[in-house]
Ligand binder design. Structure first.
Ligand SMILES: [Zn+2]
Length: 308
């Protein structure tokens, strides 16, 4: 009799546990930045996994069968949008055959719709010459103000899927927004003495970051977003850097350092690996650590080269 009761209790506990596990929303994001923000809002009522890693170029992710498996089980898919993932995400979505996350379905969230987008092309939109930013600059998460907007969009989506958890998500959203606002004040203050510092970046990953923290980006190692450096463009860039006395070259972790190092040798500029994403290196595990890491790196480099 005792054993029977024990078994019944055990079975009930198991059922409760599995019901709770099932009730967690399964969120898949394309990038680790979106995953970090989704975790902030979703807390322990969601499971969050990212397809791309933060040390990979988000424009060019090699599609793997395991990504399709992730999407098959997703309740919600969050993407950066603005064609950032156009080269690899559409076939994965299609092959997942998961109706919840198809383009336009309830579980499909394009995080770019409310944020501030820079570098929107004027006139006719074209992918001529392989420009991978045809719909404006997709690296918008590098402004904490946009981070808050992304969080609000994720909140709306989570609350729609789990109306009973709305208050829980709302409290977490508000807490995240407050912490970002506080940190942003600190970050802007840190950078205030260096306002207008001239830099060159490899890819156009940092316009939102530059706008928020007062960097003056005067050129790019790539002739166009997604196009590898050419000898002529590199030469022109070196001349421009010498003329304008630019002493910093910011390189994303997934680019070859050969050309940046050559530019550094010729101009005396410091070449530094700046992270565009959470997960770009092991210790950058959340959205706050991303800015802390980059800004500390940047300020140390500015002090080293005496740039202004
Ligand atoms: Zn890009």
């Amino acid at each position: 009799m005792k054993i029977k009761i024990c078994l019944a209790i055990f079975a009930a506990l198991l059922m409760a546990a599995s019901a709770r596990a099932q009730s967690k929303l399964n969120v898949i994001t394309t990038t680790e930045d979106l995953a970090a923000i989704a975790r902030e809002v979703g807390g322990d009522h969601v499971t969050v996994d990212s397809i791309a890693k933060g040390y990979q170029d988000p424009h060019f992710v090699e599609a793997k069968p395991s990504f399709i498996l992730k999407l098959q089980k997703a309740d919600i898919l969050i993407l950066v949008g603005r064609d950032l993932e156009i080269g690899w995400l559409p076939p994965l979505i299609q092959q997942s055959r998961n109706s919840k996350v198809q383009v336009g379905a309830d579980g499909y969230l394009d995080a770019s719709l409310q944020v501030r987008i820079l570098e929107i092309p004027q006139g006719q939109i074209t992918r001529a010459e392989g420009d991978v930013h045809p719909l404006g600059n997709p690296h918008y998460w590098l402004d904490p103000e946009n981070g808050k907007i992304i969080a609000r969009e994720i909140f709306d989506k989570l609350a729609k899927f789990r109306p009973n958890d709305r208050a829980y998500f709302e409290q977490r959203l508000n807490d995240f927004v407050n912490r970002v606002s506080e940190a942003e004040k600190r970050w802007v203050d840190m950078m205030a003495p260096y306002k207008g510092v001239k830099v060159v970046t490899y890819h156009r990953s940092f316009p939102n970051f530059a706008e928020r923290f007062g960097l003056n980006i005067v050129g790019y190692v790539e002739p166009k977003p997604g196009i590898p450096p050419t000898p002529q463009h590199t030469l022109d860039l070196i001349n421009q850097m010498k003329k304008e006395n630019v002493k910093l070259v910011l390189v994303e972790p997934y680019f070859d350092l050969k050309t940046p190092n050559a530019i550094g040798r010729d101009t005396g500029a410091e070449v530094m690996v700046m992270l565009p994403s959470v997960g770009g290196t092991k210790e950058v595990t959340d959205y706050f650590k991303l800015f802390d890491y980059d800004l500390n790196l940047l300020i140390n480099a500015i002090k080293k080269v005496g740039a202004k």
